[in-house]
Write a protein that binds this ligand. Structure first.
Ligand SMILES: *[C@@H]1O[C@H](CO)[C@@H](O)[C@H](O)[C@H]1NC(C)=O
Ligand SMILES: *[C@@H]1O[C@H](CO)[C@@H](O)[C@H](O)[C@H]1NC(C)=O
Ligand SMILES: *[C@@H]1O[C@H](CO)[C@@H](O)[C@H](O)[C@H]1NC(C)=O
Ligand SMILES: *[C@@H]1O[C@H](CO)[C@@H](O)[C@H](O)[C@H]1NC(C)=O
Ligand SMILES: CC(=O)N[C@H]1CO[C@H](CO)[C@@H](O)[C@@H]1O
Length: 535
C-alpha cells in the first residue's frame, strides 16, 4: 500500500543523494523538503529540528524515541507474586452500583495485555520497531504490601529493567500511574511519607534507570478520582481534588529531595522529573479579549495548577486561589521551597485542543466546536479531536512561561473504536496521519528553540483504557482481548514509526537548519497558521 514501499525507493534515492552531497562537503545544499512526499518531509523536519537542538547544545544525547505504557493498563497478574490490591482493583471488582458500573462493559485490568508474562516478547517487538526507549510504570501494590517490601514484585521490575537494558532499550520509569495501594487515600496527608518510602525503595532497587518520573497526569487522577468520581476511587466531592493535588505535590517534592540527597551524586547521568497533561486552548473568538484572557485562566486550572508550583514560583497560580478561596490548600514557606524547582525536566502528555468561550458560565467554558464546526476531526474517545496545530502552540507556551531546560513528550496518540473488523483496526491510516501531523508541529516548535529531547507514542499496545475499558484502542499493536493468549499484531502505524526513526537518523545533517525564531504569543492562538502538512 504504497506507504512504505514508495517511501523506501524514494528514501534510497534521497540517501544516495545526501551521502554523495555529504561526501562532497555540501550536505547543507540539499533543499529541505523540496520534492519530498509527506512522510519524507516529516522526517526531514524532524531531522532538521533535532540537528538544530544538537547544534545549540540543548540536546546532549541522541533524541529519545519511545513508546509508553502503564502498569495497570497492561500488566495483568493482579494477584500474582504477592501483589496486593490497588484502588483500581477495588473499583473494578465492586458491585456495578459502587464502581464497576462506571467502567465500560464492566471491564477490569485483571489480565489486561498479560504484559506480566509476555514482556520479553514485547521487548523484541519494540526492538524490531527501532524504538530506543521504553516508558513503563511500577505498580506500587506489587512492590510493597503495607509498609513491607515484596521481593517477588521487586524482582519483576528488576528483570524487566535488565531485559530492556540488555536489548539496548533505555528504561524510563514512572513511579505512579494511578494504581494506589487500596489502603491509602490521596486526600490523607499520611500518603506523603508512604510515597517517599516507596520512591526511595525503587531508586535503590533500579540502579540502571536514567529517567525517573514521579507522577503521571496529576490533573486526571485527582480530578476524575476525587471530584467527578469517574475513576478510582470514585469520590464525588467539591474539594477532594484540591487535597489530592496538594498531597501529590508534596509527595513529588519529597521523592525529589530523597533523590537529590541520596542518589543524585552517585548517578550523575540520571534525571528525575514529572509528567503533566494538558490540552491546548484557543479563544473561541480571537477578537474577544474575554476569550483571550480566559485561555490563561483555563490553562492554570489544568497545567498551571501543578506546573506553576514546580517550574514557576513554588505556589499555585493566583487565578486558582481566587477561584477556590479558602478551599485552596496553602503551602508553608518550607513546602514552597521544596516544591519549587523540583524537576530536572518537564514531562508532557498531550492529545488534543479546545476552544474557550467567556460568554458561557463556569463549567461550560470549554468547547470543541465553533459555529457548529469541530476544532478537528474526532477520534474514538469522546474528548479527543485531532488538532496538530495545538501541539506546537502548547510547546511554545510552556517554553515562554516556564522555560524548562528539557521537555520530554511522554505521551501522544489517538484512539480507534473497538470493531469486529480487525483489518480496519490494523490498517490504521488515521493514526499514521495523526503521528505525521503532530510530529511535524513538534518539529516546528523545536526549530523555534523549544527544547524537546524525546517523544513517546501512547501506546505500544492496545490496553485497558480506564473508564473506557477495552473499548478504545490507542495501541501501535492490536491485541485480541477475547483470546486468552492475548496475541499481538503490529499495526501499520507501528511500521510507520519504525521506519521513520532510522529515516530521521539518516537525514540528520543533510539539510541546513533554518530557524523561524517565532516565540509564543496569544495572537497565535488560532489555526490561521495551520501547517501545510495537516490534511
Ligand atoms: C508482604 O510481603 C512479604 C515478603 O514477600 C511477606 O513476608 C509478608 O507476609 C507480606 N505481608 C502481607 C501483609 O501480605
Ligand atoms: C489518614 O490515614 C491514617 C493512616 O492510614 C488513618 O489513621 C487516619 O484515620 C486517616 N485520616 C483520615 C481523615 O481519614
Ligand atoms: C528498523 O530499522 C532498520 C534499519 O534501519 C530497518 O531495516 C527496518 O526496516 C526498520 N523497521 C521498521 C519496522 O521499519
Ligand atoms: C486568528 O488570528 C488572526 C491573527 O491574530 C486574526 O486576524 C484572525 O481573525 C483570527 N481568526 C479567527 C477565526 O479567530
Ligand atoms: C487529559 C488526557 O488527555 N488524558 C488522557 C491521556 O491518555 C490516556 C490514555 O490512556 C487517557 O486515558 C487519558 O484520558
Amino acid at each position: 500500500m504504497g506507504v512504505l514501499g514508495r517511501c523506501s525507493v524514494r528514501m534510497l534515492l534521497l540517501l544516495v543523494t545526501s551521502i554523495v552531497a555529504g561526501a562532497l562537503g555540501q550536505g547543507s545544499d540539499v533543499a529541505c523538503n523540496a520534492g519530498l512526499d509527506l512522510e519524507e518531509s516529516v522526517a526531514q523536519e524532524l531531522a532538521s529540528a533535532i540537528g538544530k537542538l544538537k547544534k545549540d547544545g540543548v540536546l546532549t544525547k541522541d533524541f529519545m524515541w519511545g513508546t509508553a505504557t502503564a502498569a495497570y493498563q497492561v500488566e495483568g497478574g493482579w494477584n500474582e507474586g504477592g501483589r496486593v490490591p490497588s484502588h483500581w482493583d477495588t473499583f473494578t471488582h465492586t458491585s456495578e452500583a459502587e464502581g464497576r458500573g462506571k467502567i465500560k462493559n464492566n471491564d477490569n485490568g485483571d489480565v489486561a495485555c498479560d504484559f506480566y508474562h509476555k514482556y520479553a516478547d514485547d521487548i523484541k517487538l519494540m526492538k524490531s520497531l527501532n524504538f530506543t526507549h521504553f516508558r513503563y510504570s511500577i505498580a506500587w501494590p506489587r512492590v510493597m504490601n503495607g509498609s513491607e517490601k515484596n521481593e517477588e514484585g521487586i524482582k519483576f521490575y528488576r528483570d524487566l529493567t535488565k531485559a530492556l537494558v540488555d536489548a539496548g532499550i533505555e528504561p524510563v520509569v514512572t513511579l505512579y500511574h494511578w494504581d494506589l495501594p487500596s489502603t491509602l487515600d490521596w486526600r490523607n496527608e499520611t500518603v506523603v511519607d508512604a510515597f517517599g518510602k516507596y520512591a526511595d525503595l525503587m531508586f535503590w532497587e533500579l540502579k540502571d534507570v536514567k529517567y525517573w518520573l514521579t507522577f503521571n497526569e496529576i490533573w486526571v487522577f485527582c480530578k476524575l478520582g476525587y471530584h467527578w468520581g469517574t475513576h478510582a476511587p470514585g469520590v464525588v466531592s467539591d474539594t477532594g481534588h484540591l487535597m489530592c493535588g496538594h498531597n501529590v505535590l508534596k509527595s513529588h517534592a519529597k521523592a525529589y529531595s530523597i533523590w537529590k540527597e541520596f542518589y543524585a551524586d552517585q548517578r550523575p547521568d540520571a534525571k528525575i522529573g514529572i509528567t503533566l497533561n494538558s490540552e491546548w486552548r484557543a479563544p473561541l473568538d480571537a477578537s474577544n479579549p474575554g476569550d483571550v484572557a480566559l485561555v490563561e485562566t483555563e490553562m492554570d486550572s489544568q497545567l498551571g495548577w501543578f506546573a506553576e508550583p514546580i517550574f514557576g514560583n513554588g505556589d499555585y497560580p493566583e487565578s486558582l486561589k481566587a477561584q477556590y478561596g479558602d478551599d485552596m490548600p496553602v503551602f508553608t514557606t518550607e513546602e514552597k521551597a521544596a516544591v519549587k524547582g523540583s524537576a530536572d525536566f518537564f514531562g508532557l502528555n498531550h492529545y488534543t485542543s479546545l476552544y474557550v468561550d467567556s460568554t458561557k458560565e463556569y463549567g461550560l467554558h470549554e468547547t470543541s466546536f465553533r459555529n457548529g464546526v469541530s476544532i478537528g476531526p474526532k477520534a474514538a474517545s469522546k474528548w479527543l479531536y485531532v488538532v496538530p496545530w495545538g501541539f506546537s502552540r502548547l510547546l511554545r507556551y510552556i517554553k515562554a512561561r516556564w522555560n524548562p531546560s528539557e521537555i520530554i513528550v511522554t505521551e501522544n496518540g489517538t484512539s480507534d473504536e473497538e470493531s469486529e473488523d480487525t483489518d480496519i483496526l490494523i490498517n490504521d491510516q488515521s493514526r499514521i496521519g495523526y503521528y505525521q501531523d503532530y510530529l511535524s508541529e513538534m518539529a516546528k516548535a523545536m526549530m523555534d528553540g523549544v527544547p524537546v529531547i524525546g517523544y513517546f507514542a501512547w501506546s505500544l499496545l492496545d490496553n485497558f483504557e480506564w473508564a473506557d475499558g477495552y473499548d478504545k484502542r490507542f495501541g501501535l499493536t492490536y491485541i485480541d482481548f477475547k483470546d486468552p493468549e492475548r496475541p499481538r499484531t503490529v499495526k501499520k502505524s507501528a511500521e510507520y514509526l519504525g521506519s521513520l526513526i532510522p529515516t530521521v537518523k539518516a537525514m540528520m545533517g543533510t539539510c541546513k537548519a533554518s530557524s523561524t525564531t517565532a516565540g509564543f504569543s496569544y495572537a497565535m492562538t488560532n489555526e490561521t497558521t495551520k501547517t501545510e502538512a495537516a490534511k
